[in-house]
Design a protein around this ligand. Structure first.
Ligand code: ADP
Length: 632
């Protein structure tokens, strides 16, 4: 019997399989079942027009047979089969497979990357088997052939006995090693779970004889005997075949979708929203998309992996295809099934596939419009969603230099000063008073804290609504947006609040001139701490507050400095003093009596107070405490 050599390329691919240390060798089963299903598809198609096939749809099946004694796993199909020539061409060469071409073009060093992401078809059998035998009879042919190989040394093809068309693949499993228990692949439960995991939606049944045991019925006088068990065999169909997402929407109820979500994504809380998408046109795909009600515990960490399951015609190709979701929609769970992504033609090109990009674009649009619908029609759930994932959207506004801000801005929500409720930017702008120029915001650790900020007094007194920003990212996102519907955002701490009252301004200006010496003494006392000391227009009842000039606000300073490896960044601090406050009168008296030392002490105290109100640490607590005691 002549041993034939594999073509050079095939040999390399085989070597890659045999020596692979890939940890998910289990995918070999998916590959072989997919091939079997494709082969059945071909014969089934023929049977629709050709009575001679003699099989009905329900006759087609894939069978798994595992035998631990001989260490063999058999995968049988009654599909189209292969002629001698086809065995030779299809299994002896991989001329049609794009995997190696892809590998060479892309200089991928890591075989695992290829195997893991895409599988490599029939040869993956050599990851788990030391010998592979293929017995096949092509439909319409009267001869059957046997292809056998133990790996790189080559293969033989001989005549064989087989009565009906189809293919039988027999894997003789490798011996167990410390790292891999190949014997597991002969275990009926393991096989069942692998079929469920990877091939659940293959169109034809994957069947297996399962061995179970049951208690033997006892007669009355056996009552006290030990219970006895007997084995019995039952044929089980391991896959559920029709994927939910391929069914008609009209056949499905809300519970079906929710149940599917719980089962598939192991989330016991119901999703806030789901969408069943059937897209045709530039991208053909079915998708099920879910918005979970809670963020997974690792959602805001580096460990979190976003992604949708990706199927090609019901066969799982990737569990988490991250290319299908932009980061800001990384919370979405679900799956995409597309026939545009062929399993047969070079599935390794997938990641660079133009079609995948088209699908991803379309999915992103769908998610965006679903969220907008939820905001409009299901406010309660939207607010829950916002609690769980709003942060991610705000990061989305800020990241990539604001590239996506237009898409995302209408999804934003902030707590507003009016009713302490979440409002959208659109709602804010709609509620703006005619004379109001800006969208005002205030920042702080919590709503309660912001409420008490002296800086908010003036804006509130004018009857304007303020957005309360409590997350670190908020101000960065707002600064990225800059404007919403032509209205500029303005911090309540800004020096140009648009509330200029010329009369008041003149008055303050005059007062500053009058008290120039005092203000100079105060800023000298706070040299290096504040850029300047001014008289405030915005304070009503509080004696002091701290604001900033320039691009960096106090809140941003806090955030930037709390980041690991962040450089030290300081805002240009401005200490504002309320000229109407009693304490200002006292300072004036000190100034006229020339009590510089006291002015310096007061300056430090007032500055520390302003820091505390801002929620910032005072620089010298001991000095602060001593100064207070002195005064007491
Ligand atoms: P791919 O499936 O990506 O084309 P494979 O290496 O898995 O690559 O298979 C090579 C070819 O061998 C298939 O395209 C098919 O023509 C043939 N083949 C594999 N398994 C079977 C089978 N069970 N029945 C019929 N033909 C098969």
């Amino acid at each position: 019997m002549e041993t034939k050599q594999f073509k050079a390329e095939s040999k390399r691919l085989l070597e890659m399989m045999i020596h692979s240390i890939y940890t998910h060798k289990e995918i070999f089963l998916r590959e072989l079942i997919s091939n079997a299903s494709d082969a059945i598809d071909k014969l089934y198609f023929k049977s629709l027009t050709d009575d001679k096939v003699g099989l009905n749809k329900e006759d087609f099946a894939i069978w798994l047979t595992a035998d631990k004694d001989t260490r063999t796993l058999k995968i049988t199909d009654n599909g189209i089969g292969m002629t001698e020539e086809e065995l030779e061409n299809n299994l002896g060469t991989i001329a049609n497979s794009g995997s190696l071409k892809f590998k060479n073009e892309n200089k991928l060093d890591d075989d695992n990357q290829i195997i893991g992401q895409f599988g490599v078809g029939f040869y993956s059998a050599f990851m788990v088997a030391k010998k592979v035998t293929v017995i096949s009879k092509a439909y319409g042919s009267d001869k059957a052939y046997k292809w056998e190989s133990e790996g790189v040394d080559g293969y033989t093809i001989t005549e064989a006995d087989k009565t009906s068309a189809g293919t039988e693949i027999i894997l003789e499993m490798l011996e167990d090693t410390d790292d891999e228990k190949y014997t597991d692949f002969l275990d009926q439960y393991r096989l069942k779970s692998l079929v469920k995991k990877y091939s659940d939606y293959i169109r034809f049944p994957v069947k297996m004889e399962m061995l179970h045991s049951r208690p033997v019925e006892k007669s009355d006088d056996d009552e006290n005997k030990e219970p006895e068990y007997e084995d019995y065999i039952e044929v089980e169909t391991l896959n559920s075949m029709t994927p939910l997402w391929k069914k008609n929407k009209s056949e499905l109820k809300e519970e079906d979708y929710k149940h599917f979500y719980t089962e598939k994504f192991y989330d016991y809380s119901e999703p806030l929203r789901y969408a069943h998408v059937k897209n045709e046109g530039n991208a053909n795909y079915n998708a099920l998309l879910y918005v979970p009600s809670k963020a997974p515990f690792d959602f805001y960490s580096k460990e979190f992996e976003k992604g949708l399951q990706l199927y090609s015609n019901g066969v799982l190709i990737m569990d988490k295809c991250s290319d299908l979701l932009p980061d800001y929609f990384g919370f979405v769970k679900g799956l995409v099934d597309s026939e545009d992504l062929s399993l047969n033609i070079s599935r390794e090109m997938l990641q660079h596939d133009r079609q995948l990009k088209v699908i991803a674009k379309s999915i992103e649009k769908t998610i965006n419009s679903e969220l907008k619908k939820m905001l409009k029609n299901d406010r309660e759930n939207y607010e829950k969603f916002w609690e769980a994932f709003g942060l991610q959207l705000k990061y989305g506004i800020y990241s990539d230099y604001g590239m996506n801000k237009e898409k995302l801005q209408d999804l934003l929500m902030f707590t507003s000063s009016k009713e302490k409720k979440l409002v959208t930017l659109d709602e804010y702008v709609t509620g703006m008073r005619e004379e109001q120029k800006f969208i005002y915001y205030a920042t702080g650790d919590s709503i309660e804290r912001i409420e008490q900020l002296p800086q908010t007094e003036l804006v509130k007194d004018n009857g304007f609504e303020i957005l309360y920003l409590t997350d670190n990212i908020d101000e960065f996102a707002i600064k990225t947006l800059m404007k919403y519907k032509d209205k500029e955002f303005k911090s309540v701490s800004a020096d140009d609040l648009g509330l200029e009252n010329t009369e008041k301004q003149e008055e303050i200006k005059a007062k500053e001139e009058e008290n120039a010496d005092l203000l100079k003494e105060l800023s000298e006392a706070l040299e290096g701490k504040v850029a300047k000391v001014i008289l405030s227009q915005r304070l009503k009842t509080h004696p002091v507050c701290l604001t900033s000039e320039g691009e960096i606000s106090l809140e941003m300073e806090k955030v930037l400095n709390s980041m690991p490896n962040g450089q030290k960044i300081t805002a240009q601090r401005v200490l504002e003093i309320n000229p109407e406050h009693e304490i200002f009168g006292k300072l004036q008296t000190m100034s006229t009596t020339g009590d510089k030392e006291k002015i310096s002490k007061y300056a430090k105290l007032l500055y520390s107070q302003a820091l505390l109100i801002e929620g910032m640490a005072i620089e010298n607590p001991v000095e602060f405490s001593n100064l207070i005691c002195e005064l007491m």
